[in-house]
Design a protein around this ligand. Structure first.
Ligand SMILES: Nc1nc2[nH]cnc2c(=O)[nH]1
Length: 535
């Protein structure tokens, strides 16, 4: 192994690393050494069991005098969260509006608030705290809707740029069915010009982290000519990667779907409206999708677009429950979104918790499939199609449904068992989501959805170090995380470090908060977290 170039800035961490692999699998590496060179992961040694081995590895790689950050018991590294759907100008409304359904909620609460973002002083104040809050929550990549104002979207782009977050910034396009106090007589041509201006401003920042995204709000608030004009813009910037990505809302709420159908009577489905206006492509984020038909799912899959699952919002606005397992089985790209302020929390941890509950609700409402050969204990392991007595025994013990749950061995791919290749692709539909599935949705799935999986979404050589240093120890001050030192010496307690790491991730997902996010890195730069600094 040649020595690193003289001008490289190396950073080394030794300790536990968790990283997603597929919707079913995660890697748990209790004793890993990760090397970051100028913000990019250059290599990972997956299993270095003791200090002696560590010195030998560093020597073999010609690394001398470089400090190694040793993680403490209770700490681990994981990829940063990717929030694939949120509305920056709706943060002032967080926690309000749960009495409404979507269309009333837009009229009564959301449009009046967004209308204020033509005021640059107000936009600056709110957007500063939005970006800081999201970074402290561990969101290293965020897909933002701004308001319909060019000035506001520029301010958002500037603040994100200064903060070091990776992001997609979209001016929200609309030309109808929005109060004139907000739209102020805007025509589809005005809205298209605003979209171009916002794209050009974002591109002018020349940041490798920030990209523009076209943002037709939804088919109700965009006329046919506006949708078509935006579809045309996707390919107007050939020097900018392949095409400008797109984000919009889709099939979120029953009344919204009916109204949309009445506005576009010639279209066979809601998804078809976007497709026929050139808006469905490999980097199109379709938020919600609670009521997608099989045909629409097929269209989405064929186009390479994907869905942002926003369960907190789907519950809060009484919208519906999305069938994420079915989408994953169909090979559709899926990420998670907080959807502030339809969703009442900016934290992806809340989105993870609600994604888990939503999948369990679907599973509980699905009639049980008769077990085929369940042996003496009454369990079949429908989820992962491979047997690993040790792990099944452990996980069936604390899962609510030994027959069908997804919360079992598939997660236990770790540094010292090589389960990765041994799993069959058993269906995920109508089952609870496992911890690896939740991890995937919040990280790698989001990266694939926005077509940046070659840059981020997992901790792998060649990708940016977009990561969280999670700390579950009592000194972080989160009393919800139970930490029993005595357990460590108790007989009968599973001390396998891979299993312990899966337990840690599960505890973080369900009981953690930003007190447990010690450091947040984007492209190797610490940008937030309890130990760090945000904007
Ligand atoms: N959740 C949600 N759905 C929408 N559909 C159109 N606009 C919105 C919005 O702001 N939030």
């Amino acid at each position: 192994m040649p020595a690193p170039p003289a001008n490289s800035i190396l950073r080394l961490f030794y300790g536990p690393i968790i990283s997603p692999v597929t919707p079913r699998l995660a890697k748990y590496l209790p004793h890993a050494l990760i090397c970051i060179d100028n913000g990019t992961i250059s290599w990972i040694e997956e299993d270095i069991k003791h200090e002696g081995e560590l010195s030998k590895v560093l020597e073999a790689k010609d690394i001398v005098g470089c400090e190694v950050t040793r993680l403490r018991h209770g700490q681990f590294l994981m990829p940063g969260f990717i929030d694939t759907h949120t509305h920056a100008p709706q943060f002032p409304n967080l926690g309000r509006g749960g009495q409404y359904e979507l269309l009333d909620w837009l009229d009564k609460l959301t449009f009046p608030t967004e209308a204020k973002f033509g005021n640059s002083k107000y936009a600056t104040k709110v957007y500063r705290s939005v970006v800081k809050r999201l970074l402290d929550c561990g969101t290293t990549t965020c897909c933002y809707y701004s308001s319909a104002h060019v000035v506001g979207s520029r301010i958002l782009a500037d603040i994100v740029h200064a903060s070091g977050q990776r992001a997609f910034i979209g001016l929200c396009n609309m030309d109808r069915h929005v109060p004139d106090t907000y739209l102020k007589g805007i025509t589809h041509d005005d809205s298209l010009n605003d979209a171009r201006e916002s794209i050009e401003y974002t591109l002018s920042l020349k940041s490798p982290l920030i990209r523009p995204i076209l943002t037709p709000r939804f088919a109700i608030s965009c006329s046919g000519p506006l949708l078509q004009g935006l579809g045309d813009i996707t390919s107007e910037y050939p020097e900018h990667a392949l095409r400008i990505p797109v984000q919009t809302h889709l099939a979120e709420n029953r009344n919204e779907i009916d109204f949309t159908a009445s506005l576009f009577p010639d279209h066979e489905s809601y998804t078809h409206i976007y497709e026929s206006h050139g808006l469905l492509g490999p980097a199109t984020i379709l938020a919600h999708g609670c009521y997608l038909t099989e045909k629409e799912l097929k269209l989405i899959k064929e186009s390479g677009a994907g869905v942002s699952h926003c369960p907190t919002s789907n519950f809060h606005l009484n919208s519906g429950i999305a069938k994420v397992g079915e989408w994953l089985d169909a090979g559709v790209k899926v990420g998670l979104g907080t959807d502030v302020s339809g969703g009442f929390s900016p934290s992806m941890l809340t989105a993870i918790q609600h994604a888990s509950i939503a999948a369990k609700v679907i599973a509980m409402q699905t009639p049980p499939v008769p077990a085929k050969s369940n042996g003496a204990n009454g369990h079949t392991n429908g989820t992962n199609g491979h047997t690993n007595g040790h792990v099944n025994e452990e996980t069936n013990g604390h899962d609510n449904n030994g027959e069908t749950n997804g919360h079992t061995t598939n997660g236990h791919t770790n540094g010292h068992t090589n389960g990765i290749n041994g799993h069959s692709e058993s269906p995920l539909a109508n089952k609870p989501l496992s911890i690896p599935s939740l991890l995937y949705l919040a990280t790698l799935g989001g990266a694939q959805l926005v077509a940046i999986e070659d840059q981020t979404g997992s901790l792998e050589p060649g990708k940016a170090f977009d990561a969280l240093l999670v700390d579950l120890r009592p000194e972080t001050g989160n009393p919800n995380l139970w930490w029993d030192e005595h357990e460590e010496g108790e007989a009968g307690v599973d001390k396998d470090p891979g299993h312990e790491l899966q337990d840690f991730l599960e505890k973080f997902f369900f009981c953690g908060d930003d007190r447990n996010i010690a450091e947040v890195y984007v492209q190797g730069r610490m940008v937030a977290g309890k130990n760090g600094q945000a904007v």
